[in-house]
Write a protein that binds this ligand. Structure first.
Ligand SMILES: *Cc1c(COP(=O)(O)O)cnc(C)c1O
Length: 244
């Protein structure tokens, strides 16, 4: 392992991940670290790969179309790519061949589109349903804010997403959310707890396990892990502040 800044950052994040698991009585291997490489060059991804990162997240199709083939061609071990940003329906066809998992399925229409594209290619795509549990207007995703208090919101969410479990091209592995930006990570805890509760409620409704909860970023991933995250998406703590 080379001793670079990215390697040192990655080691620190992995240590914090392990510490958070210890506090929560969880096995550290139950949490996947996705290194969010958006805006960073292929060379930075290769550096992180060499330092032991295996999963990478990108949020823009145009950027991924250039970076992913470049990294895959140069890498000694093939990384696993996660699409974490909003995907326009007409771009879905470009996402399917590049990514192993899509975290940001945020509408029925997009789910149907991904399913059809995956079936065409004779595969199933691993996806997560992005949910807005915080009520922030700027957030993408299926609407489920305040679902614990409002049975009608919960019911509308369940009615909307339940049919997606019959789509033949998708394997819906769970839920994803983005917490609002807060001054202290503790303030994000109710959002993470809410998503975890919604996953359990939805699993009971659809009779499937829904193994994954993608939640937590640089400013709040330790708390997300304490609340049950199985995937954390960490960018700046690994690659530094983003290039604009
Ligand atoms: C950019 C981004 C992240 C990572 O954010 P950091 O604050 O850099 O850790 C995580 N999830 C999504 C959806 C993102 O767009």
């Amino acid at each position: 392992m080379k001793n670079t800044l990215i390697a040192a950052n990655l080691a620190r994040v992995q240590q914090m991940l392990t510490d958070a698991c210890a506090r929560a009585g969880r096995d550290p291997t139950s949490v996947t670290l996705v290194a969010v490489s958006k805006t960073n060059p292929a060379s930075a991804v290769l550096e992180a790969l060499e330092a032991g990162a295996q999963h990478f997240g990108e949020n823009r199709v145009e950027e991924a179309e250039v970076k992913i083939p470049a990294v895959n061609a140069a890498a000694a071990s093939t990384p696993i790519w996660h699409m974490i940003g909003h995907v326009q329906s007409r771009k879905a066809k470009d996402v399917v061949p590049l990514f192993q998992m899509v975290h940001s399925v945020d509408s029925v229409k997009l789910a149907q589109k991904f399913s059809a594209l995956a079936v065409e290619r004779g595969r199933r795509l691993d996806v997560l349903l992005e949910v807005n549990v915080s009520g922030e207007e700027t957030k993408q995703g299926f609407e489920a804010s305040d679902w614990e208090r409002l049975p009608a919101v919960r019911q509308r969410f369940v009615d909307e997403v339940l049919p997606l479990f019959s789509l033949p091209g998708l394997y819906i592995r769970g839920l994803m959310t983005m917490a609002p930006i807060v001054a202290q990570m503790e303030q994000a805890r109710p959002v993470f707890a809410s998503l975890a509760g919604l996953r359990a409620a939805l699993a009971a409704e659809c009779g499937q396990t829904l193994p994954d909860l993608s939640m937590g970023m640089t400013d709040d991933y330790p708390v997300a892990i304490e609340e049950g995250a199985t995937i954390v998406r960490v960018g700046r703590a690994i690659f530094g502040e983003r290039q604009k």
